[in-house]
Design a protein around this ligand. Structure first.
Ligand SMILES: [Zn+2]
Ligand SMILES: [Zn+2]
Length: 403
């Protein structure tokens, strides 16, 4: 891969490290500013204002209001060359923060519990660096500040509004701070990294009645119990065992009293898989099972099935670019973790369906500082030393790709 992405002799990589290290206090300051002002998906007004104000200050061309609150910054070098995009998500979660840090959330019931405040700060750091080093790369870098990753998803509407066009993006990279990995490591691999996310809502209509007279009823609880059990056979007996998949019923509600047979039952669940060939399969198979069991018991049903995010699939060459750059940054081969797949989902996948790219995990846990709570936990926090590492990886990818 060295021949595809030669190390530029014109750029001294140690200079990048020194410049990013000098930026570390700002990265922390920006991250903490954003952490105190978390906003839910498509409501990232303060966040977008903060980002736009910084871009303005640094003389970076940018467009706001894309997919409501999204922003695209375009940083051109003086020389023609490739177009690389870097994506950062900006939204927070409906969680009450339990950390007592000075920079804790000031917005009641909302918290940056996934690290997107860090992603936005890293992307700002990269924008700042590149705007002041336009002579060190060729072509154009687009930085995409995306709303609503946690749902309903800002990537797709941003693509529909043309963020990958004019100039046309040739490759895209993005990262997630990752408390499942220790600080100083990077999870990167080619192929599937994260799973497709689908969901279903189903209502079973039976016929209610007296708990002592079941022969006069159609028991929606018995029907749904059979459905829940039978759904497990999709992964166990229908999907190729080589392919990983999950079918989870996360909620099942029915009934009111011990001596009443429930008229209706409601269940909701989630489906995950890596193999893009399975797209469309689960919805059909789940409906077959529900329909067959309902039919055999004289019940009926309503099913709402949603395909939310496709799987996150990394392209081999760009994954190799990130891996080689990251191994320079972490400075130890053990710091690169290819066994980092997760059945979690991400709408970065929509960008990766359009252009080749790589999404990777940046280790951010530090148990010695009590910074190891999982993502989406009310005490989630990460080691801010990861911010500089993330910025350095992105900048070095630019210097290697944009030649
Ligand atoms: Zn999250
Ligand atoms: Zn996240």
């Amino acid at each position: 891969m060295v021949s595809t992405f030669p190390t530029p002799h014109s750029v001294d990589l140690s200079q990048i490290r020194l410049a990013i290290r000098a930026l570390q206090p700002q990265l922390v300051e920006w991250r903490r500013h954003l952490h105190q002002r978390p906003e839910l998906g498509f409501q990232e007004q303060l966040t977008a204002e903060f980002v736009a104000q910084k871009l303005q200050e640094w003389g970076i061309e940018h467009k706001t209001g894309i997919a409501k609150t999204g922003i695209v910054a375009t940083i051109k070098s003086d020389r023609p060359g490739p177009v690389l995009a870097i994506r950062a998500d900006m939204d927070a979660l409906p969680i009450q923060e339990e950390n007592m840090v000075p920079y804790r959330s000031q917005h009641d019931g909302i918290m940056h519990a996934c690290g997107h405040d860090g992603h936005t700060a890293i992307a700002l750091g990269v924008a700042y660096y590149l705007a002041h080093h336009r002579q060190d790369f060729a072509g154009t870098v687009k930085i995409i500040f995306q709303p609503a990753e946690e749902g309903p998803g800002g990537a797709k509407p941003m693509i529909e509004e043309g963020v990958l066009k004019n100039p046309d993006v040739e490759a895209i990279i993005g990262l997630h701070l990752w408390n499942n990995l220790p600080l100083g490591t990077v999870g990167v691999r080619s192929g599937a990294l994260m799973a497709a996310v689908e969901s279903f809502h189903c209502t079973i209509f039976g016929k209610g009645g007296h708990g002592a007279m079941p022969h006069q009823t159609v028991d929606s609880i018995v029907v749904s119990a059979q459905i829940v059990t039978a759904l497990q056979t999709i992964v166990a007996r229908n999907v190729d065992p080589i392919d990983s998949a999950v079918v989870t019923v996360g909620k099942l509600h029915a009934g009111t009293a011990n001596n009443v047979i429930a008229d209706t039952a409601r269940m909701i669940g989630t489906v995950r898989y890596f193999n893009p060939k399975l797209e469309g399969y689960f919805g059909k198979r789940i409906e077959q099972i529900i329909s067959g069991i309902c039919h055999s018991h004289g019940a009926s049903y309503e099913l709402d099935y949603l395909q939310l995010y496709p799987p996150v699939i990394n392209e081999t060459n760009i994954a190799e670019l990130v891996r080689s750059v990251a191994s320079d940054v972490v400075e130890t081969p053990a710091g690169i973790v290819p066994e980092c797949q997760t059945m979690g989902g991400e709408d970065m996948s929509f960008f990766l369906q359009e252009v080749p790219g790589c999404y990777f995990f940046l280790g951010s846990a530090n148990p010695s500082k009590n910074l190891a709570y999982p993502h989406h936990h009310p005490q989630f926090d990460f080691d801010e030393a990861a911010l500089g590492m993330g910025a350095e990886i992105f900048v070095r990818c630019v210097e290697k790709f944009c030649r």
